[in-house]
Design a protein around this ligand. Structure first.
Ligand code: F6R
Ligand code: MG
Ligand code: MG
Length: 385
């Protein structure tokens, strides 16, 4: 029988302001899942990074299952009640619809799910990021599954040597494309470098993988809150699942992709670029300038529907160097104040509150005799999964 891993996350209120979750709210979400998930789930784990509560669920009902989605939605509603009671900031913030309507996608929470043929030992890592966007996964997922300088298994392991299949979404136009590595590496890089538009949604093994043919081995949340709500309502802080070992990236090859604190967008007011800092759970609270953007990694094994773990993978001095570089980059960037490229380029600011401020100046603009140049892209909220 196939096993499904469903990871659903949402910001339903923070302490004191977009910094961290509040433990009683996390507990309420966990209590709800435990009570109401009985008979539906075979196991679950509740965690958090920054102000986002993360629910990992194991079951046999496949992806896009309405009962599983409703369970997570109702758990977030239950947690929101506690958040409202104590006056948490932004209580219920990511729950953008009034009532559940069959599928949690497009309702605010981020969703990453995969149905798998679980191996004898099924090790995987859940990566959870705060103060950034889904495209922040493009760089490390590409490195893990396609860059031999990061992942020597691509050269050494016969099962990885033929590469992987990438599913890439154009989240502006609502289209997806499947491309193989290594053959189409340069085409893939041509797209995923534009991380606010093209996002890696899934990675699959190829058909000739001896141990796991044609399997989904990674999936990332791609939900854009501003596209759902039509305006900035908080950042679409993403999460991703990566299966590891035995013909897939080793645990350490997967983690290695985060050893360089590359720049991501979504920091302060969803409007700034900053370095992604890998941290252990004890450092998963957002402080300086509401950040900097962080990633935590929880490692599990799965057997007969039951989880063992997690191990807090970045709670390791081996990542101190990456953290130090991240803090140095923060010091450097912060001195730029509201200037690009610390602040996001204007087209990405369209989904923030800046247009409202600039609107006030509209009547003061005077005509200049020149050809206007800019064409606007159409935003689609269509579900194209
Ligand atoms: C939210 C975030 C924060 C907020 C900022 C202002 O995910 O990243 O940086 O955007 O704290 O919040 P408001 O506008 O709610 O006062
Ligand atoms: Mg928030
Ligand atoms: Mg958040």
């Amino acid at each position: 029988m196939k096993t499904t891993i469903s990871h659903i996350k949402a910001d339903i209120g923070s302490l004191p302001g977009h910094s961290s979750v509040y433990e009683p709210v996390v507990q309420e979400v966990g209590k709800f899942i435990k009570e109401h998930g009985n008979g539906i789930l075979t196991d679950h784990f509740i965690s958090h990074v920054g102000d986002d509560i993360q629910i990992t669920m194991i079951h046999n009902r496949g992806v896009d299952n309405s009962e599983i989605h409703e369970l997570a939605w109702d758990a977030f509603i239950a947690g929101t009640a506690v958040a409202k009671k104590v006056g948490l900031y932004g209580a219920g913030q990511d729950l953008l619809k009034d009532s559940f309507s069959g599928n949690i996608k497009g309702m605010g929470p981020g969703v990453a799910e995969m149905e798998i043929n679980a191996r004898k030992s099924e090790p995987f890592i859940i990566y959870m990021m705060d103060k950034t966007e889904p495209g922040a996964f493009n760089f490390p997922i590409f490195k893990m599954f396609a860059d031999p300088y990061n992942t020597p298994g691509l050269v050494i392991d016969p099962n990885m040597h033929d590469g992987f299949k990438f599913e890439i979404w154009d989240i502006i136009e609502g289209k997806k494309i499947y491309l193989d590595t290594p053959d189409h590496m340069y085409d893939i890089m041509g797209m995923i470098g534009s991380k606010s538009r093209y996002v890696i949604k899934r990675v699959f093994t190829k058909k000739n993988h001896e141990k796991l043919p044609d399997e989904n081995v990674s999936v990332i949340t791609t939900d854009k809150l501003s596209f759902i709500a039509g305006e900035y309502v908080g950042k679409d802080d993403p999460a991703g699942i990566v299966r590891i070992q035995s013909g897939l990236p080793a645990s350490g090859e997967s983690l290695e992709a985060f050893s360089h604190p590359y720049l991501v967008s979504g920091w302060m007011r969803g409007s700034f670029n900053g370095p992604l800092m890998p941290v252990g759970m004890k450092n998963a609270n957002m402080t300086r300038f509401d950040g900097p953007p962080r990633v935590v990694a929880l490692g599990f094994v799965l057997k007969d529907g039951k989880l063992t773990g997690p191990m807090d993978m970045f709670d390791d001095p081996a990542f101190d160097g990456a953290r130090k570089t991240a803090v140095d980059v923060v010091d450097y960037l912060r001195r730029m104040g509201p200037f690009e490229p610390h602040r996001l380029p204007e087209d990405e600011m369209e989904y923030t509150s800046l247009p409202k401020v600039l609107e006030r100046l509209k009547s003061q603009f005077q005509h200049i005799d020149m050809e206007p140049a800019k064409k606007k892209l159409k935003v689609s909220t269509k579900d194209f999964d």
